[in-house]
Design a protein around this ligand. Sequence first.
Ligand SMILES: *Cc1c(COP(=O)(O)O)cnc(C)c1O
Length: 397
Amino acid sequence: MNNTKQPKIGTQCVWAGEESAFWKRSTQTPVVHSVSFGYNDIEHWQKVGRGETDGHIYGRNTNPTVAVFEDKVRQLENATAATSFASGMAAISNTFFSLLAPGDRIVSIKDSYGGTNKLFIEFLPRFQIEVTLCDTTDHAAIETAITSGCDMLYLETPTNPTLKVVDIQKLAQVAHKQGALVVADNTFATPILQNPLALGADLVLHSATKYLGGHADALGGVVCGSQELIDKIYHFREITGAVLDPMSAYLLLRGMKTLDLRIQRQSASALQIARYLENHPHVTDVFYPGLKRHPQHTIAKRQMKAFGGMISFMIRGDFESVRAFLPQLKYAHRAANLGAVETIAGPPATTSHVECSDEERAAMGIPDSLIRYSVGIEDADDLIADIEQALVYTFGT
Ligand SMILES: *Cc1c(COP(=O)(O)O)cnc(C)c1O
């Protein structure tokens, strides 16, 4: 941006990364479906190869459409550098494997995303990387684990699917005293509501598949941070190859233009729905960081601008009630993803923690009859009426 004044985030969602003159003056970022980029001037080609001048050589390294996506997220997270991936899990695993070595120790929480948890319990230990998973809301236990030796602190907040909140700033300070890197998964909050880098994290990452894209039509992942760290992660990715493809980058870019609008709407609706559920006789528990009864509400208020579009709740009875209730919802896809314009509902066993066994989910304290509800951009009154009729169907009144 040429303006000296930093634009607000809603403006950045639309313009960031997309200000340059594109091919034949197109106003929209073109999808460059080309694996390679040719040069008649060999000297120029070599300069691009050495990184001395801007340009692209081969799609596993860089691509113009993908570069615009990376730059937009970088600006929204107010970071120096960013690199992208084929999925959120590729972003997370490449971050681990590029920055950790045998003998290192990673400290994290029990409630991380199911796929991340699999990396912790199945893959990282195979490479002699020690993983300590702490009770997610026990900040004292996390601090003790950090001070007894830690190379990377990995946080996710709010968590999926139980919406627990972790104090990034407080734990980042402890980790930095120990010389550890701090990585935060910001998928649920998005840069609209929470900026982990400003709270002290060294790297922030996203499953762009969710809110950034917002339309459930493209997979993607992204990591932002200092040039030095991103260079290392980028280098690992350019060799191992989990690149974001240009068509997905285009879809994610188009989705991100409305990110601020969507998140404002979804956060406002989610708060309204959570308050409705909180007082409902058939609802036994509601997890939403925006509710005063949420155990980490104070932390959430401090580190988030609003509380996001994800809710989880439990209804009376056991899994049989869930089996009766879910199919009755008219305005919800019963599906595994989240963060889309449509409302999505499902139990953790088939959504966030589909990769985990029943025992593993139980060990993480995730009840089988929990319903994860990703609020879409529909009218909140219609969503509440929809939940109400499904509850009436399930319980008879
Ligand atoms: C979905 C998700 C991921 C994984 O992202 P993919 O794009 O599905 O690989 C990681 N973290 C969180 C919090 C998620 O919700």
